[in-house]
Design a protein around this ligand. Sequence first.
Ligand SMILES: [Zn+2]
Ligand SMILES: [Zn+2]
Length: 209
Amino acid sequence: MNLETSLKEEICVICQNFISHEDTIVVLGEKGSQSVNKASKSRQDNVVTSVGQKLHQNCRKSYTNPKYIALANREIKHETTNVPKLRWKVEFDFKKHCLFCGQLADAVIGRKRKSDVYPVRTSEFQCKIEDICKQREDEWALEVRGRLEFVQDLHAADALYHQTCSVNFRTLQTPLAFSPPAKKAKTQAGRKSSLSESFFVCYKIPSAK
Ligand SMILES: [Zn+2]
Ligand SMILES: [Zn+2]
């Protein structure tokens, strides 16, 4: 039989698998073919079918199901609008953020000074930091160095810093409070998982005593 032999070599264009004898298949009519092609278009796919083509019945069903199409499109959108992980680096502003910790340094320069924010006053400051970066060679140093790459002269850029951050950095300390903004954003976004995390903490405390 001609049909039998052609069945063996047939590939379902949707799942890219061979169509075997046991599979429930559909032979596309004109309407069926059109609906698959239409679904392919709305999925921004390049599946093209023609009349008489064989597909797995389940594949055709889910492929042309509007719900699945919407879902697939949402995934595509999500991929393209994916926020780069290092977004905070782009948003970093020397005039607004502490060059060490990257957090907002909300000082009013020249007048009332909130907290311990200072502007970079000398060009030597930058050389010092670069030296310390080389000494530290840790994650924090990498971050700071990354920021320095954006400016020629910190002094001219009116860069700000927290006094405590500066001291911690220069004395080669890594304060517990310091956590890279990238990591912070991650935990904020994953709030749902914080429940299990806090459970872990509660669980650990009695055993630590
Ligand atoms: Zn299939
Ligand atoms: Zn700081």
